[in-house]
Design a binder for this molecule. Structure first.
Ligand code: ADP
Ligand code: MG
Length: 547
């Protein structure tokens, strides 16, 4: 018996689910579907990505829908266009046996076209907050009769600064509707929404995905800002079958790493909020079809995206929040596959790692990097095996006969070496990438500087670092632990650059003010990559700007 049928779902839905091969409801589905079918009321549900939330809210909606009415009966709000499309496509699969019009609406695409689809009668609308609000203002949609409103990935929407938009959208909905909120984490803002807009909701919490802890192996490598990128290349090189997502913290970094990888001959694409919707769609399509094997992404842009058979998740920078780590890692080891989650860490990240291990009850094994020799050997063997297994294209034979003697002067091993040299023309990464856990040496010769530029001059750690690197013509790794405050900032650099840093900026003028750099005794605590609180707040305020 199909477990879904015992939940009281209508037959056409059950048979569609069966055809999809869903054998057993997931935990969140078990906990919400029967409740929402029997007596729909508001719910707040805490569950990670990949736990099957779409069906958890989608199936009850489909069950309750009046398919003889063209009125919009359900509104699902999600943070990004990708997610809207993903939800729509899932819902369409669940409702193949029903005659329905499920319409996704999102920015970056013609509002007229979307409104046309809605005019044909959309029982369900799946929307990003900005676009639905725009459509409400233009009276292209009517959500005054909806029975259900779903807020999917609520934490992310609030992170992106959509609180006001959501409030406004909800004010266009009837009091009688049921609100279903889904979120991976429960920060205060989400609780606030629950309190303010929901009536005595059921609360559902789904434990960490069991599969994650068993199917995903967690590892960490010590890196520093100089060798981080090389370690990445080395890891990619050592895994010929890699199909990976590399998570970065900022859009800039995401773009930069991807560009470097492409330049270095790796099949890679970037996904972040600076790209147009079309570019993002294209990248995702290439990634899904494996034309791109390495996706470099920010957390927000890739939120909720579900791609099968990912072999590696690489935390290029480790996130501050445990949930984000869990979220990222959960993208691999799906179904019965195994996956690797690899964190690049510096010694200042040790606390974070401990916290993640404790909270998620996992072990993150600190590992040594494979040395270049092992990697190159395995790559050569792999390639030779490919040559060995290659099917001969008979069409080539006629062309080949006329040039067959051209390489007569070379021995077999010379020829092979030549072929391999063509294939491996990238610079071979040196094996000295392992760094010691507590190598004090790295910190000993640091000097901490204070500079009279800060947030009020529109700096954050990233663009201040860029500014300094540029003005001193230094390598980005030479300026670190940048901490930007209201009217001053701090940063570290090596003793060797002391003269340059103090003297090099002396006569510089910033809007009529002399820039001054002095040595300070304050110690930089943070990793160069960490945002200051202010940065984060600022980023939250500028909505939609930081994914
Ligand atoms: P979430 O929204 O929690 O991230 P989704 O709803 O997108 O998760 O589901 C993730 C994937 O799992 C989708 O590909 C979906 O088709 C599949 N899925 C959902 N429920 C089940 C189930 N009961 N059995 C098998 N696969 C499922
Ligand atoms: Mg989802």
């Amino acid at each position: 018996m199909n477990d879904f049928s015992s939940m009281g779902l209508n037959e056409p839905i059950v048979s569609a689910i069966k055809k999809l091969g869903f054998k057993k409801p997931t935990e969140v589905q078990q906990k919400s579907i029967p409740l929402l079918i029997e007596k729909p009321k508001d719910i707040v549900s805490l569950a990670q990505t990949g736990t099957g939330k779409t069906a958890a809210f989608g199936l009850p909606i489909l069950h309750h829908l009046n398919i003889n009415s063209k009125t919009t009966q359900a509104l699902i709000i999600a943070p990004t266009r990708e997610l809207c499309l993903q939800i729509t496509s899932e819902l369409k699969k669940y409702s193949v046996n029903l005659k329905l019009n499920i319409v996704p609406v999102y920015g970056g695409s013609s509002i007229q076209e979307q409104s046309k689809s809605i005019r044909r009668g959309a029982e369900i609308i799946v929307a990003t907050p900005g676009r639905i609000l725009d459509m409400l203002k233009r009276k292209y949609v009517n959500i005054s009769k909806i029975k259900f409103c779903v807020l999917d990935e609520a934490d992310e929407m609030l992170n992106m600064g959509f609180y006001k938009d959501i409030k406004q959208i909800l004010s266009n909905t009837p009091d009688s509707k049921k609100t279903w909120l889904f979120s991976a984490t429960m920060p205060n803002e989400v609780s606030k929404i629950a309190e303010k807009f929901m009536k005595n909701p059921y609360r559902i919490t789904v434990g960490e995905k069991n599969s994650t802890s068993t199917n995903v192996k967690h590892k960490s490598f010590f890196v520093n800002s100089r060798n981080r990128y090389n370690v990445l290349k080395l890891l990619i090189d050592s895994s010929p079958e890699i199909y990976a997502i590399i998570f970065c913290r900022t859009r800039r970094e995401t773009q930069k790493i991807c560009e470097n990888l492409v330049e270095d001959g790796y099949n890679s694409g970037a996904l972040h909020g600076d790209l147009s919707q079309n570019q993002r769609d294209l990248v995702m399509k290439s990634f899904r079809t494996k034309q791109i094997k390495i996706l470099v992404a920010t957390d927000v842009a890739s939120r909720g995206i579900d791609v099968e058979n990912i072999t590696h998740i690489i935390h290029y920078k480790i996130p501050d929040e445990v949930e984000i780590y869990n979220h990222r890692s959960g993208r691999t080891g799906r179904a019965s596959n195994t996956g690797l989650s690899i964190a690049f860490i510096s010694s200042s990240d040790k606390q974070k790692i401990k916290r993640i291990e404790n909270r998620l009850k996992i072990k993150i094994e600190n590992s040594q990097l494979p040395d270049s020799k092992t990697i190159i050997n395995s790559q050569i063997n792999n390639y030779l095996k490919k040559i060995k297994d290659a099917k001969i294209n008979s069409e080539l034979e006629t062309f080949f006969s006329s040039s067959e003697n051209m390489l007569d002067e070379f021995s077999k091993s010379e020829l092979l070496l030549k072929i391999l040299s063509l294939k491996f023309d990238k610079k071979i990464v040196s094996p000295e990438l392992n760094i010691e856990k507590n190598s004090k040496k790295n910190n000993e010769k640091d000097v901490r500087y204070k500079i009279n530029l800060g947030i009020k001059d529109y700096y954050n750690w990233q663009n201040l670092k860029d500014f300094l690197t540029e003005i001193y013509s230094l390598h980005p790794g030479d300026i670190y632990n940048v901490d930007v405050q209201q009217s001053k900032s701090f940063f570290n650099s090596k003793q060797a650059h002391k003269k340059l840093i103090i003297e090099g900026i002396k006569n510089l003028d910033f809007n009529g003010r002399k820039i001054s750099v002095t040595i300070t005794n304050k110690r930089g605590q943070k990793d160069e990559s960490s945002f200051s609180h202010r940065d984060q707040k600022k980023k939250r305020k500028s909505k939609k700007k930081y994914y």
